[in-house]
Design a protein around this ligand. Structure first.
Ligand SMILES: Cc1ncc(COP(=O)(O)O)c(C=O)c1O
Length: 436
């Protein structure tokens, strides 16, 4: 089935006239005649401009943890609007939200608010450099940390063949416009490779300020760390005066209330949050141990932002944190996520499609391959065409998941058991339709 674009196409034609490629973020462009135009969302569903309804597993690439247009969060924002939003001054609401974060997140002692994940990782990196007086940092291939120059190397969209050999990896710039010299500041290493990290730290002793890591690969099907890998990073950082930075932009307020550090039991020095913290409203934060964070300000590390902790973002975050703490929302979500994961696994097995299930139930994915998948280089074995065919069939049956296996399936608490059952039925039909 193909959808009517009677209303969507004229809107997108206008978009193409005034927005570059008709979108406000590169990855949203899916073709001049095929890019969807969304008009609204409610709970676990979204509607396009022609009124076609979809079960949504993209969830805005992760922020929606409760559901679209949640009435409690909307009301909190509406109530707050009366008070104004931006004062270039501390507000009590900002203090309340910060206190909640300190209480919820193990090892979180001091923090600052920003508005996007990009800002949060940019400031976290600068803080680590200011604290250690060193300039270089380690990141992991396939990880995405936002759109600032320092981190746009060897991300999920980089070609694996350009990354060189595993033992001597080459940082690959993501697109043009990134100064070549910035490459000298970054070491890109394969995720889950204990030896590669140890060797890099030894070979560059005294140079590395930070290890910046997504604790599970939120941009590669949710691939999880091998047992002991995050502990290994922790001890290498401790031994070498390196700041361990967890990028929890996708995992924070999604895996558990305390984030990936709670799920995997490893506490970083600092970490970054965005997406689920606002359930769709733009709010972000970075923070961690006081001795590291205290290098900010007072003539040392610069952190600034006109819109940091604005009233709208604080009202939304405050409501989200209350919802997450008043009931075991994320634990319940994991049960539904597991039901979905087991169901997808069973259908793929019955269809004789070799596959690897990946990720935590709340941010999961799968790859069509019989080879084990532990990091981005393993994706060369993945049958992306089959994956794309299945997801296109899902889309045409009213379930919207990214048709690229690198982007995980996101769940939110509005995905009911009924919706999961409906998804599984549609998945079974879509797999059948894609094979034949
Ligand atoms: C792990 C991670 N870090 C940082 C970012 C950047 O966040 P933002 O798009 O809010 O700038 C993203 C965005 O997808 C992300 O997945």
């Amino acid at each position: 089935m193909s959808y009517s674009r009677e209303r969507s196409q004229p809107i997108f034609d206008r978009a193409l006239e005034v927005l570059v490629k008709g979108v406000s973020s590169n990855f949203r462009f899916l073709g001049k005649k095929t890019t969807p135009v969304v008009s609204k969302g409610k709970g676990a569903h979204i509607w396009d401009a022609d009124g076609n309804k979809f079960i949504d597993y993209r969830l805005g690439w992760g922020p929606i943890i409760i559901g679209h247009a949640d009435e409690r969060i909307n009301q909190a924002v509406i109530d707050h609007l009366e008070n104004g939003t931006t004062f270039a001054a501390t507000t009590e609401l900002e203090v309340i939200v910060a206190e909640k974060l300190v209480q919820m997140i193990p090892g979180m002692e001091k923090l600052r608010f920003t508005n996007t994940g990009t800002e949060a990782t940019m400031h976290a990196l600068r803080t680590a450099r200011g604290y250690t007086n060193k300039e270089k940092f380690i990141k992991f291939e396939g990880q995405y940390h936002g759109a600032h120059d320092y981190v746009l190397f060897s991300t999920a969209s980089s070609s694996v063949s350009a990354m060189g050999s595993r033992t001597s990896p080459i940082p690959v710039q993501v697109g043009s416009g990134i100064p070549n010299k910035i490459r000298d500041y970054v070491y890109c290493l394969p995720f889950n490779d204990f030896e590669a990290v140890e060797k890099c730290v030894k070979d560059h002793r005294g140079e590395v300020a930070a290890m910046l890591v997504e604790p599970c690969l939120g941009n590669i099907a949710g691939i999880e760390p091998k047992k002991g890998f995050l502990e290994h990073l922790r001890s290498l950082c401790d031994e070498n005066n390196i700041v361990l930075v967890f990028d929890e932009v996708k995992t924070g307020f999604r895996l558990s209330n305390g984030g990936a550090r709670e799920t995997y039991g490893v506490i970083p020095d600092i970490s970054t949050y965005a997406k689920s913290l606002g359930n769709g409203f733009p709010v972000a934060a970075f923070g961690g141990f006081s001795d590291v964070m205290n290098v900010i300000g007072g003539g040392s590390v610069t952190h600034a932002g006109t819109f940091g902790a604005n009233g709208v973002s604080m009202a939304a975050a405050n409501a989200v944190l209350d919802i997450l703490t008043e009931a075991p929302v994320l634990k319940n979500l994991s049960k539904k996520g597991l039901k979905l994961k087991n169901g997808l696994d069973k259908i793929l097995t019955e269809a004789d499609l070799p596959h690897q299930m990946c990720g935590h139930p709340n941010i999961q994915g799968f790859l069509i391959t019989d080879k084990k998948v532990e990091e981005v280089r393993d994706l060369i074995h993945s049958d992306d065409h089959m994956y794309e065919a299945i997801m296109n069939n899902m889309y045409s049956r009213g379930v919207w998941i990214e048709n690229d296996p690198r982007e995980p399936w996101f769940l939110c608490s509005s995905h009911t058991d009924l919706i999961i059952d409906e998804t599984l039925n549609i998945f079974q039909d879509s797999v059948k339709a894609s094979i034949h």
